[in-house]
Design a protein around this ligand. Structure first.
Ligand code: URA
Length: 232
């Protein structure tokens, strides 16, 4: 990882504050002063700031039941973010995995492990995400079939499809998508002539939102959940 990233994560300082400390020569790696913030270091290296040894916070993985009305960002000057709901000693190290719209509720993951979040949110990895959508009109079986066969979203060149599209009572539909494009579920339903009134994410990979968590509540993931989120 980059040295400035290490300093920032270990101290809670911003990346630019960490860069200044490094440039000023206050940081040592393995006993040697290093003054280039972009230097790549082994995360296990002995790093010190003003002769005080620093350690990275351990990897943290948690699920939040996102309420409506908060944005999927780490911080924001004007709006409440999902991170504002997390009281944790290493909160400063955490980031949100992917994005849910402000009005979307349900499962959102928060971590300080960048590789893990990339694996979940990158469209390339096709981690399935399951949503429960409440629609303006009952979905017709033809529209459900169209969603499974693939629809071309406005402004896109490749077709996207949903799997396990299940028409439910009360104008609801459950469906699984595999890419995570911007507003994907809403745009897919619009592409078949419907409109999403409410959207709730139930599951990411093999991990379902804990039914015990009320909107706004969170908990750490268990070892078992972490081991199985991508399969088996
Ligand atoms: N698709 C959407 O349209 N919105 C979300 O928040 C998530 C998926």
């Amino acid at each position: 990882m980059r040295l400035d990233q290490f300093i920032s994560q270990a101290t809670g300082l911003s990346r630019s504050e960490a860069q200044k400390l490094i440039r000023w020569g206050r940081v040592q790696v393995g006993g040697q002063p290093i003054n280039k913030p972009a230097t790549h270091i082994d995360p296990q290296a002995t790093v010190s700031l003003d002769d005080e040894s620093l350690t990275l916070p351990q990897a943290i993985y948690l699920m939040l039941h996102k309420p409506a009305g908060v944005i999927s960002a780490t911080e924001d000057a004007a709006q409440r973010t999902v991170l504002d709901l997390i009281k944790h000693p290493h909160r400063h190290t955490l980031h949100v995995v992917g994005r849910l719209d402000k009005d979307t509720t349900g499962l959102i993951l928060i971590t300080n492990d960048g590789d893990w979040s990339h694996r979940i949110s990158s469209p390339k990895h096709h981690v399935p995400k399951t949503y429960l959508a409440t629609l303006a009109e009952t979905l017709s079986p033809e529209a459900a079939q169209q969603l499974e066969q693939g629809v071309l979203l406005h402004g896109e060149t490749a077709v996207v499809s949903a799997s396990n599209v299940k028409i439910l009572p009360n104008q609801q539909v459950r469906l699984t998508i595999h890419e995570g494009k911007y507003h994907q579920v809403k745009r897919m339903l619009a592409a078949v002539g419907n409109h999403v009134v409410k959207l709730h994410r139930e599951q990411i990979g093999n991990l379902a939102l804990d039914a015990q968590l009320a909107a706004g509540e969170w908990r750490l993931l268990t070892e078992t959940e972490l081991a199985h989120i991508f399969g088996q």
